[in-house]
Design a protein around this ligand. Structure first.
Ligand SMILES: O=C(O)CCC(=O)C(=O)O
Length: 258
């Protein structure tokens, strides 16, 4: 099977309309299996840098690093520094070609955001509320796209990502969000929007592209098996992190044009 390398105008319109797009059987399984192997090794060895479930203190998180389950990994950070397979993935020509269509050339991968393998473990995973990734990012423009690659099956039972289509184009009143910029589920104005929830169910090798302004969330993992996903973010040539801010604390990878 050869990978999709160009986005049809229909797929492009879908992304622009909904703020997300799923491309099935996109990444070679041989590559996803190598990523999975590295992720399992690094979780087993607790190879830093790691974000633990206890660090985020979301509903379901262990209370502290020393509590039961405290050392449950949520995110293997800095994936690009863990193994060449991640560089192979972000520079993989079919992926870069699609990102070029969406973002222009060259495509740039910030090392400060995502650049990780997200893991969701059966016993100690947490609930991620509805949020936009841009709430804590600092760029000149909001135009960034994350690519979520399933390394295993992702379903509502194991905490797949959920999205609210079209929210990348919407504005929200301050009181629709809580103090941490999560969408308030008890706010009457948010109720109709929450009914539009879409679950991004994925199989290994499927990718979900989503805009940094698209609201998304996920539940904990209710199955017996850990879920693994490789996640990277990209922007185009006319966007830059704001100097002195968190998004500029790491360099960025400029991808060769394909
Ligand atoms: O898998 C999850 O719990 C959600 C992760 C997420 O939304 C994020 O890292 O921005």
């Amino acid at each position: 099977m050869s990978a999709l390398t160009t986005l049809s105008s229909d797929l492009l319109s879908t992304f622009r309309e909904d703020g997300y797009l799923i491309l099935r059987q996109f990444a070679p399984l041989e590559m996803t299996e190598r990523m999975l192997e590295v992720a399992r090794r690094d979780v087993a060895e607790l190879r830093e840098p790691i974000e633990f479930e206890a660090d985020v203190q979301y509903p379901g998180s262990p209370e502290s690093l020393s509590a039961p389950g405290g050392k449950t990994v949520r995110r293997l950070r800095q994936a690009l520094s863990r193994d060449p397979v991640f560089q192979e993935w972000v520079g993989w020509p079919p992926l870069v070609s699609i990102l070029q269509t969406l973002l222009g050339t060259p495509v740039i991968c910030p090392l400060a955001h995502h650049n990780c393998v997200m893991t969701k473990h059966p016993r100690f995973s947490s609930e991620t509320g509805w949020h936009r990734d841009l709430r804590y990012w600092n760029f000149e423009q909001p135009e960034l796209i994350s690519v979520w690659l399933a390394l295993g099956t992702e379903t509502p039972e194991n905490g797949c990502l959920k999205l609210l289509p079209g929210t990348q184009r919407m504005s929200f009143a301050a009181d629709q969000l809580d103090e941490k910029q999560f969408l308030r589920c008890d706010h009457p104005a948010n109720a109709p929007l929450l009914e539009t929830t879409v679950h991004a169910e994925l199989e290994p090798g499927d990718i979900l592209l989503f805009h940094a302004q698209a609201f998304h969330a996920a539940t904990r993992n209710y199955t017996e098996h850990t879920k693994y996903s490789a996640v990277f973010t990209f922007h185009g040539p006319r966007n830059r992190p704001l100097p002195g801010m968190g998004s500029a604390r790491f360099p960025e990878l400029v991808l060769p044009v394909v």
